[in-house]
Design a protein around this ligand. Structure first.
Ligand SMILES: C[S@@+](CC[C@H](N)C(=O)[O-])C[C@H]1O[C@@H](n2cnc3c(N)ncnc32)[C@H](O)[C@@H]1O
Length: 201
């Protein structure tokens, strides 16, 4: 466990992830989208690449990116160095993110809330632009009741704001969690929106 504010928090957090199962939201969208069959996915805020590996395993090509400089090494280790099999990895902090590759599936697990409010609209616009017709989107966003709100320079949204972000998409799953629970940094109040949506064809 490391404090969320410690400079090596994400390096320590991500180093502890290999070995767990892929997150349920990722498994859910992979199962809805069917075999990747060489289609392009983006794992935005990929961390150690556990979900990147799940996507590769389901036949997707994956562009994995994260702001943490230690992520590429971890992703390569987690995925067994799949660069020849459709993996690309990049270090891009949200503060510098302006464009994402065109994607048939974009997954972002527990990462977008760490974009500063000044960066989030630009990052979200890049997410929306990256979605090809019929593309799948699966993201976690944090709500205003989350106990991290006010303690970090992140983005915490109302339900209405999340709904507005999804304008024009076909929303297939929209779940809101607003309860206490454990976290890597100790017990906290989680206010999380789990979303699966699809771009129009
Ligand atoms: C809770 S972890 C989630 C990682 C991975 N998706 C997972 O589910 O294990 C948050 C991720 O966001 C990344 N992150 C945090 N702040 C960031 C920023 N400002 N720019 C880009 N990535 C950032 C961290 O490095 C970390 O990998």
């Amino acid at each position: 466990m490391t404090a969320l504010h410690s400079p090596d928090h994400w390096a320590v957090y991500n180093a502890a992830q290999p070995g767990r199962a892929a997150r349920e939201l990722c498994q859910e969208v992979v199962s809805l989208a069917g075999p990747g069959a060489g289609r392009q996915a983006v794992d935005l805020g990929c961390g150690a690449g556990v979900e990147t590996a799940a996507l590769l395993g389901a036949g997707w090509r994956v562009h994995a990116l994260d702001g943490e400089p230690t992520a590429p090494h971890l992703v390569r280790t987690t995925t067994g160095g799949a660069e020849g099999a459709g993996l690309s990895v990049a270090v891009v902090p949200f503060a510098e993110l302006t464009e994402l590759p065109p994607a048939d599936l974009l997954y972002s697990g527990y990462a977008l809330p760490y974009a500063a409010p000044d960066d989030f609209p630009r990052v979200w616009a890049a997410v929306r632009r990256s979605l090809r017709p019929g593309a799948w989107l699966a993201v976690n966003l944090f709500g205003v009741n989350d106990s991290f709100a006010g303690t970090i320079d992140g983005t915490f949204l109302t339900r209405e704001e999340v709904e507005r972000l999804l304008d024009g998409l076909d929303v297939l799953a929209f779940r809101e969690e607003d309860e206490d629970g454990p976290s890597f940094s100790g017990p906290k109040h989680w206010h999380v929106f789990d979303v699966i949506a699809r771009a129009p064809r």
